[in-house]
Design a protein around this ligand. Structure first.
Ligand code: FMN
Length: 408
């Protein structure tokens, strides 16, 4: 293969890889095993030894094709001012785009000021925020990478200081506010929130749709509704935080009603072409709490509501829940949802090794993997994972000289 092919857009490389695959008789998505001797970086071996991994196979959802399935998980940076992102976000997210990820998720971004987790979280409730996000999305797109954003409301876990400040909850004079929730039940260590009225829920549904529209104006390719980690939509799902006796509390159908309304409103607002994901916590790990069985039922309802992928996380609604944390500890949840609810999933949580990421896709547990802390440690994780797996992908030309796996 000539060096000319190194200069194309990232998507073009997948085409090169596909040609190699087809020459080897491997079809996209087909089961294969990585030869053990390709699991370390090497220099100067010939292209015939390449394999086409699932991790570096493209994925198409609606009108969007992701060049690979190694994605950056959303990560709060607590670095916005009045909900407006700045140079930190450009460098932080831009670094992942130059690092070869197929999708870069921007952090939880609030649909209204009270929906922010902290006083320094970003938002999507005004035009200034849209313009600032546009700087980030333009750069990510310049690297032929897709970019997504989480639409979020923190509910009872709102109004905090930044994690590195000397006290956790923001006072009014520091920009703090009264938090809202399904019921007046506090999360450990937080003030008691005010229970939302039905009329306020109606407004929030509309605000999620407005934020989705602003996200599209800001250039985001993918939207993710944040219904995990003990934030507002998760608070409605879980019987431990939702004690309502109206149409938003009680049965699974009632507890899911708010999220399903949001999902349908977002879908209606952004049209049929845009991928919309939902992140859920598959378990509260607490007796009487939200669990995987309800998550599977919810996923079926979300599929019917036009959601394209469930991003499967867990925990966050019960302080001190006993969580069996270990490598890939949430993957079995993604697998079960994918298999039983018949909807694409993304797996997340302590996925750090390329071979493990590949195995998750290979096993049919998920359609993509999301990495957070491994990407923070090494924003070029995807480039180096491709080398580790013996896969050629395009590097930004500026970084080419650092490549160890070379084409002949
Ligand atoms: C600094 C940091 C910020 C995070 N912020 C968010 C967020 O905004 N939204 C979210 O859904 N998860 C957030 N998470 C959770 C990650 O997206 C991910 O689910 C979790 O860290 C597990 O993945 P990992 O083991 O690859 O880090 C955050 C994690 C970290 C480390």
């Amino acid at each position: 293969m000539s060096s000319r092919s190194l200069k194309g857009p990232r998507d073009g490389v997948v085409d090169d890889a596909m040609k190699v695959a087809s020459a080897l008789g491997i079809r996209p998505g087909e089961t294969f095993s990585v030869p053990p001797d390709t699991l370390t970086p090497y220099i100067g071996r010939d292209n015939e030894r390449n394999v086409v991994t699932q991790l570096f196979s493209p994925l198409t959802l609606r009108s969007t094709t992701f060049s690979n399935r190694a994605w950056v998980s959303p990560m709060c940076q607590y670095s916005a001012v009045d909900g407006v992102v700045g140079p930190w976000h450009l460098v932080h997210l831009g670094g992942f785009a130059t690092g070869g990820a197929g999708l870069v998720f921007a952090e939880a971004s609030a649909i209204n000021p009270e929906g922010r987790i902290s006083v320094a979280c970003p938002g999507l409730w005004n035009d200034e925020q849209v313009a600032a996000w546009r700087t980030v999305t333009d750069f990510v797109h310049s690297q032929s990478t897709k970019v997504g954003i989480q639409l979020a409301h923190a509910g009872r876990k709102a109004s905090t200081m930044r994690p590195w400040d000397d006290h956790p909850i923001a006072r009014v004079e520091e920009g703090g506010w009264e938090a809202v929730a399904p019921s007046a039940v506090a999360f450990d260590g937080y003030p008691v929130p005010r229970a939302l009225s039905v009329a306020e829920i109606d407004v929030l549904v509309a605000e999620f749709a407005d934020a989705a529209q602003r996200a599209r104006s800001a250039g985001f390719d993918v939207l993710e509704i944040h219904a995990a980690h003990g934030y507002l939509l998760h608070q409605f799902l879980s019987p431990l935080s939702n004690l309502r006796d109206d149409e938003y509390g009680g049965s699974l159908e009632n507890r899911s009603r708010f999220l399903l309304r949001v999902a349908k409103a977002v879908r209606a607002r952004v049209g049929e072409q845009v991928p919309v994901f939902v992140r859920i916590s598959a378990s509260d790990y607490t007796p009487g709490g939200w669990d995987i069985a309800e998550s599977v039922e919810l996923a079926k309802m979300l599929r019917e509501a036009g959601i394209d992928l469930i991003d499967v996380s867990s925990g966050g609604n019960v302080a001190n829940a006993v969580i069996p944390i270990g490598p890939g500890y949430q993957v079995s949840f993604a697998h079960e949802i994918r298999e039983v609810a018949q909807i694409p999933t993304a797996a997340v949580g302590l996925i750090t090794e390329p071979a493990k990421a590949e195995q998750i896709l290979h096993d049919g547990s998920a359609d993509a993997v999301l990495l957070a802390r491994a990407m923070l440690r090494n924003p070029r994780w995807a480039l180096s994972a491709a080398e580790t797996l013996g896969e050629h992908i395009v590097w930004p030309v500026q970084l080419e000289r650092a490549r160890t796996l070379r084409r002949n």
